[in-house]
Design a protein around this ligand. Structure first.
Ligand code: DC
Length: 230
């Protein structure tokens, strides 16, 4: 019988972590968890309920209500991956807005929020056979993951890719706004005190600035075959 493993994919914003993770989860018939969508969902909730910007007082209140906020993933057969639900409502579209993107990194610096998210992430993957992407998956959530990938690409290449996605979705946004958002999120994510974005010692770094998604997938599949017989 083939051994189920944990695949942790970390890296900078818009490096194609989710796309790669979804492909790998489909290929291996594993669970896919987009941990960034969980931080986005909490940010969306905080925005909707007027908690942002956080201050000492409303943070205390938020720490209490956070425990009652229900996050769940529901597999969408048509799409072939799970979508995130907040209190039983599908919020996949809402959490990708530029407003949520502009606030999510600051929300992700709050330690009690991170602790809660990490606990949920560990529970979602009790049986292994999981591909999870984020910023601290190989370092904090699954330090024992069998395969750790760290994706990078130049900020300009990433901003162009993200901008084209927005254009395809008819979202009105300027290229510069996308570029600035990526750069400031990278900075916030890398310099925060709790679980900063760093390359795990045993992670394999992939710079995909000049690599197509297909080539990247072929490369990772070859690792799965050579190292894990998968
Ligand atoms: O993967 P993403 O761009 O959707 O993630 C949104 C933000 O959430 C990202 O800027 C930082 C935060 N995040 C995090 O701190 N830890 C994770 N494991 C995943 C995301």
């Amino acid at each position: 019988m083939k051994k189920n493993i944990i695949i942790a994919i970390d890296g900078f914003a818009s490096t194609g972590k989710s796309t790669l993770a979804k492909h790998l989860a489909n290929y291996l018939n594993y669970i896919y968890v987009d941990s960034g969508s969980m931080y986005r969902a909490i940010t969306y909730y905080a925005l909707k309920n007027n908690y942002l910007p956080f201050n000492e007082e409303n943070l205390k209140e938020f720490s209490k209500i956070l425990l009652d906020v229900k996050l769940s993933f529901v597999f969408n057969k048509k799409l072939g991956y799970s979508e995130i639900f907040l209190n039983n409502n599908n919020i996949e579209k809402e959490i990708r807005s530029i407003l949520v993107s502009n606030h999510v990194s600051s929300v992700a610096t709050v330690s009690f929020i991170r602790k809660h998210m990490v606990n949920l992430q560990k529970k979602l993957s009790l049986d292994k056979g999981v591909v999870m992407d984020g910023r601290d998956i190989g370092t904090v959530v699954f330090p024992n993951a069998e395969l750790k990938l760290f994706l990078t690409a130049s900020a300009e290449v990433r901003a162009k890719r993200r901008y084209s996605e927005y254009v395809n979705e008819n979202v009105e946004v300027e290229y510069d706004e996308v570029l600035n958002n990526l750069k400031s999120r990278d900075l916030d994510d890398s310099k925060r005190k709790d679980s900063p974005l760093i390359v795990a010692d045993d992670a394999l770094e992939i710079d995909n600035s000049f690599m197509s998604m297909e080539d990247q997938l072929i490369f990772v599949k070859s690792i799965l075959k050579d190292k894990f017989n998968l």
